[in-house]
Design a protein around this ligand. Sequence first.
Ligand SMILES: *[C@@H]1O[C@H](CO)[C@@H](O)[C@H](O)[C@H]1NC(C)=O
Ligand SMILES: *[C@@H]1O[C@H](CO)[C@@H](O)[C@H](O)[C@H]1NC(C)=O
Ligand SMILES: *[C@@H]1O[C@H](CO)[C@@H](O)[C@H](O)[C@H]1NC(C)=O
Length: 918
Amino acid sequence: MRSISIVLLMLIVSTFAVDKNNFKTCEQSSFCRRCRKVQPGSSPYEIIPNTLNTYANHITADIRNNENQHVFVLKLEALKGNMFHFEIDEKSPLKPRYRVTDALQKEPTYESIKVSSTSSEITIISGRNKAVVFLSPFKIEFFQDETLVTSVNSRGLMNFEHLRKKPEPPAGEQEGAEGDESKIDPPEDDPGAWEENFKGHHDSKPNGPSAVALDFTFHQANILFGIPEHADSFALKSTNGGDPYRLYNLDVFEYELQSTMALYGSVPIIYGHGAGATTGIFWQNAAETWVDIAGISAEQNVMSSIVNFVAGSRQSDPPSAHFMSESGIIDTFVLLGSNPNEAFHQYTDLTGNGKLPQMFAIAYHQCRWNYNDEQDVAQVVAKFDEHDIPMDTMWLDIEYTEGKKYFTWDHTKFPHPVEMMKNLSDVGRHLTIIIDPHIKRDSSYFFHNDCTDKGYYIKNKDGKDYEGWCWPGAASYPDFFNPEIRKYYADQYLLDNFKESTIETGIWNDMNEPSVFNGPEITMLKDNLHYGGWEHRDVHNLYGQMQLVGTYDGLVRRSGGSLRPFILTRAHFAGTQRYAGVWTGDNAAEWSHLEMSIPMCLSLSVSGISFCGADVGGFFGNPDGELFYRWNQAGAFQPFFRGHAHIDTKRREPWLFPEDVKLVVRDAIRKRYSYLAFWYTMFYEHERSGLPIMRPMLSQYPLDKNAYALDDQYMLSDKLLVRPVMQKGASKVDVYFPSKNGEKQGDIWYDIDDYRKIERVGVESVSVNSYKIPVYQRGGTIIPKKERIRRSAVLMQDDPFTLIVAVDENNTAKGTLYIDDEKTFEYRQGKYLYLDFEFKDGVLSSRYIDETAKFSTKTWLERVVIVGLNKTPTSATLRTSDNKSTQLEIIDVKKTSFVIRKPGVSMMDNTWSITLNY
Ligand SMILES: *[C@@H]1O[C@H](CO)[C@@H](O)[C@H](O)[C@H]1NC(C)=O
Ligand SMILES: *[C@@H]1O[C@H](CO)[C@@H](O)[C@H](O)[C@H]1NC(C)=O
Ligand SMILES: *[C@@H]1O[C@H](CO)[C@@H](O)[C@H](O)[C@H]1NC(C)=O
């Protein structure tokens, strides 16, 4: 018999910790070791004189490595929207080197250039931007309006390992000195140059050393950020003395916080920001990549809160980043900003904007590994109603399948999947099911047989179907890089094929790094082979995204092109936002993981991926009541809001906690629903502008150095400031109210719960009870809400709106509202309403932003809350577009707010106004 104390001891000992031994350090990775060994200051690369060619939009020139005389070609071009792009490849490689496809949404638009040159430099001018290429040593400096903002290879860390023939094994001692030259090629020094072993896995490296590396300096920056995905602060830290930030899509079990270790996704975009400029570097490479960060002072390294952030402090060297990739070419976009939002926009202009999801997808999702059977699902759904907690989507993890064979159901547990889905959709709810990329090697499984017969699996180095180990046991992996295979895969989602699904079923693509339980670092061998003969090494970080391309295509075709697909993915790369939302993977039920959800989602947001969230409650472990409700409160203000839990955790549906906890959770989820109209409008505007939904404070306050590194609070669009409670037992939290000019000039803020007015720049310690989520509406904004909370978002579609008008110092405010059918693509044919609200001189007015857009809606305006005016009017007059006037009552008069009762105007009315009467 097992004594209780042993069980307790086991619980205590099993604190969460990643097994670091499963994953390489830079020192254990041959190419990282080689690239990191390059010393600054003595770059052997130089432009060969008289090789400059000038074209309308670009130049080319040859570069030579003086140590081995190998020749490369530089191509540098100007792009529309204040960007440059350059590539460096071998002039005549032994075989072609991999170039990333499918990250960019389309071919960029080029800009004309003016070129002049001297014996030491080439100057390329494009509008207000300029690039100066220095010949020897090779270096590029980028200027905007004559200010040096970014430079390339100014530290001299460039390394381009040309492809070469494998040296003959030294068959006896060669006497002659001539043959020795190739042997002293630096990469050959490294024992891992031609083959590498890690934890019993062998990488045959038939192409030998092929790394590319380059340094970038951000001359105007105080802070560097970006390069998700890492469980680390938003502000990147100096990697001096530790490992570089690693970008290599990996399934990391129980990941560690404050770490540069790789996680599930890799987006190689980095930004530097300072008061004078924001610039970005998009390093377009899908191979394993490490990034060293330098020029960040120790004070900045420990800043995760403003308390220990030394404003503007910086070492004498400006911040810089050193990118090191295992293969491919140097393929880099230089984004010249000049402010944060412009830089974010440049990046999404290249890689695409996240698409407007269906309304249900931004409401609350209920997941667990696993909801066991149909009865379980039905009971959980019924309990949400019984406890009056809204919920839009039930999720099923891997156990719903027959033996982990995707596109099948376990009919013992789920005998009526379609009926189950219909029961959900009857009350406006959805079902999302998991479909992973690993395919069970089972001769009774059609998918496996098709892939085997047609040669659709990724091959090992000998050309045989690669076999790994994952949830189903022996598994193989479709090669999504082949368009024919993607088409086959997409077809499997069609209802003719996947009969036990509906056009509404959401899809969750997990384990797509890909995860291989018995592979090196829990993933695939690098010498595996893909379509086109490319090694897995070349394309690894792009694999998950290619699965999403197939899934997205399948879901669009499944509904005959009518419904917007809902897909969630774990792996991600540059451009993933075009297909799916991303969650931050397998976190833990710990306060520190709750805190980490904000920097992780902020880093993803500035990297194009706005539809982001963390498992609410924590995936591993059991949250206590306080952690559970605080996490629901934080999740209610993050773009993707889903409760999820590991199979070994205790059940944790809200009603299983004590009543007081349940009530707080219910309040938080209902609050989310009250703001869905605002979320939906933000997602629509994100599709139009590409700007992040969840934004770091610096996006709105680029001059306030104290706000740069903040990652326990953030903005939603430019309207709400969110600072959730994330500390155990907190009765107060520090909220930082930022400065507009870097000094004392700030915005006015209003607490969204009681409209308390805050006029300060700096920290305010705010009291918080259990229900409190510190969120502030910026004065000068108008936010739409719906205040009749129903079981699901879908059921709230026709409900009336409330507008919260919060005025600035001039008693003015502006805002928008987007309305459509909340599910189809018809909005792209102009079936929507996009309204602009303005409050000025005591008049609130509405007009269509897109005059030609039309949408028929039953929604109307139920209430207007005016916040922050000193004087309360006696009444108000509504004037509608048919020129009718109606007198409206003023009610609920409080210190800083009053309500205009029931204007009743239809949201379809294209020009109405409400005038306050004094
Ligand atoms: C669907 O709902 C009906 C009516 O409540 C119920 O009888 C049936 O068992 C449900 N089916 C499933 C699969 O949950
Ligand atoms: C208020 O008006 C003044 C004068 O037009 C302007 O300078 C200031 O920026 C305005 N304030 C806000 C918050 O827009
Ligand atoms: C609307 O009413 C105003 C004032 O009552 C009047 O001047 C105007 O001509 C009217 N416009 C229409 C289109 O009836």
